[in-house]
Design a protein around this ligand. Structure first.
Ligand SMILES: [Zn+2]
Length: 155
């Protein structure tokens, strides 16, 4: 299934869940939007194990922007350099290093990221960082991906 299908199933499952979570967990309009956004984002997270997935492309684009901003801060602010070529060179080196590292540590497709253990770990991290709304939205969105892929492995 492509990312649009996963986004749609994540959206529908989260929308249905809001009916049962209202008003204890989700009560305001902004919480509904946040819940749906986190759920849909979580629905494409499991395919980060695929090098050509939409989630991987979004993650790489985000990391590239952060690395370029890091290079900018490092060379133009921290070291007060005025060499644009050095900035470009190190930005490229950082981005290539990220690509190499992410390809090196990427698990096999539909492996550990497509398990119920991954849903639990992902949800618990969201809970401790952001709270109960993120836990539920993340768990439902992530689980919707496993349903769509028909992956129900525990580990
Ligand atoms: Zn998948």
């Amino acid at each position: 299934m492509d990312y649009l299908g996963h986004l749609l199933i994540g959206f529908l499952l989260c929308l249905t869940s809001i009916y049962f979570l209202y008003p204890e967990i989700v009560s305001t309009e902004s919480e509904v939007i946040l819940f749906l956004f986190i759920g849909m984002l979580s629905a494409i997270i499991p395919d980060l194990d695929h090098p050509k997935s939409k989630g991987t492309k979004i993650m790489n684009g985000t990391v590239f922007i952060l690395l370029i901003l890091f290079s900018y801060k490092l060379f133009f602010i921290t070291f007060s350099s005025d060499s644009f070529i050095i900035f470009l060179f190190f930005s490229a080196v950082f981005c290539l290093a990220w690509l190499g590292l992410s390809n090196l540590i990427r698990p096999k497709h539909r492996g550990i990221t497509h398990t119920l253990l991954a849903v639990c770990v992902y949800s618990i991290i969201l809970y401790f960082v952001f709270g109960i709304l993120f836990l539920l939205a993340g768990a439902i969105g992530y689980f919707s991906h496993l349903i769509a892929d028909k992956c129900f492995k525990i580990i």
